[in-house]
Design a protein around this ligand. Structure first.
Ligand SMILES: Nc1ncnc2c1ncn2[C@@H]1O[C@H](COP(=O)(O)OP(=O)(O)OP(=O)(O)O)[C@@H](O)[C@H]1O
Ligand SMILES: [Mg+2]
Length: 311
């Protein structure tokens, strides 16, 4: 079958100075997590960050938004150095960054609209009427307009991710940081989120850093990829070149991902079969039909503590 995640060519990097410049970043928590990581991200470009669990992908995102400080190395947003900036400076820089947390991290006691409004109040000086307009535009963009008055508990896993995405884009950022945007979603919902990331990139012209375990997502959304292992970027370049690298770790990672991909294809097939069942399906007379490919994302009960800093 044709894989649902086909790679499309997106806007490549341009010649301007990078939007984000990361130089020789190092951080340790008892043991080294990042040892020496450098990368530039240009305006309008999407870079996937790959690597096994614990390789420091989320740490890298938190360093970029200034939630963590590195032990060594520098991060620049445009010409401003983020590393060592005080909270006032960071607030200013963060108003140009959208962050999609794993689990979306919405405040459960507020409606979707209120969640977005809180973010706008914190990061902009807009009047209420203008904020309402921006909220409605952001929700429209992620096809969630009808959910403005819904509580997060009323949303499915995929809808929560989209609401989190609406919150990330409502401040019209120049950079969006995604932490595992498709993890925990069924394959079809994951694929629609990946497509949405591409659409947002094309319509808003934002630069994005997409942390993911999921190679199909990485291939769908990104121009370039960086693979972290043992504190270093063991690969950095066009994502298509990943598979031609002779690096042993990369090959193992790809082999493991290929197995995942087979599982993924199988699930998509099951999902398709459920949507278009046989005219006379064989059904057991007792008990409900098992739901196989339903969204399995765990609910974000409380926003991650980091959100308190960012909202
Ligand atoms: N605030 C912190 N204090 C102490 N250790 C931390 C902290 N944040 C991260 N670490 C450690 O740094 C390492 C990298 O963590 P990180 O969350 O970046 O991994 P990851 O690549 O995002 O993994 P996953 O794919 O599982 O999300 C882990 O060993 C983690 O325990
Ligand atoms: Mg992580």
């Amino acid at each position: 079958m044709i894989h649902p995640f086909h790679h499309q060519k997106k806007n490549g990097p341009n010649e301007e100075a990078p939007l984000v410049r990361i130089e020789h970043l190092a951080i340790a928590f008892g043991k080294p997590v990042l040892r020496d990581v450098s990368i530039d991200i240009h305006k309008g470009e999407t870079v996937a960050v790959l690597g096994k669990s614990g390789s420091g992908k989320s740490v890298l995102l938190k360093l970029i938004v200034g939630l963590l400080s590195p032990d060594a190395g520098k991060i620049f947003f445009r010409d401003k150095e983020i590393t060592g900036m005080d909270e006032f400076g960071l607030m200013d820089v963060r108003s140009n960054m959208g962050f999609l947390f794993q689990g979306a991290a919405l405040f459960d006691s507020m409606t979707v609209g209120q969640n977005l409004d809180l973010f706008l109040v914190k990061h902009t000086d807009l009047e209420e009427a203008e904020r309402e307009k921006k909220i409605s535009e952001a929700l429209e963009m992620v096809q969630l307009k009808d959910a403005i008055d819904k509580m997060p508990s009323e949303l499915s896993g995929g809808m929560k991710k989209r609401a989190g995405l609406a919150r990330a884009i409502v401040i019209e950022p120049e950079l969006i940081l995604y932490d595992e945007p498709t993890t925990g979603l069924d394959p079809l919902t994951a694929s629609s989120i990946a497509e949405l990331i591409v659409t947002l990139q094309q319509r808003l012209g934002v630069a994005s850093l997409v942390v993911t375990h999921d190679l199909p997502t990485a291939f769908t959304v990104s121009d370039r990829a960086m693979m972290l292992n043992d504190g270093y970027a063991v690969f950095e370049g066009e994502i298509e070149k990943l598979q031609h690298s002779g690096d042993e770790f990369l090959l193992e990672y790809l082999a493991a991902s290929r197995l995942d991909r087979e599982r993924h294809d199988k699930l998509v097939q099951i999902h398709e079969d459920e949507k278009h069942p046989n005219p006379e399906p064989e059904r057991s007379p007792a008990g409900p039909i098992p739901e196989v490919a339903k969204s399995a994302e765990t609910d974000a009960k409380l926003p991650e503590t980091d959100m308190n800093v960012l909202t």
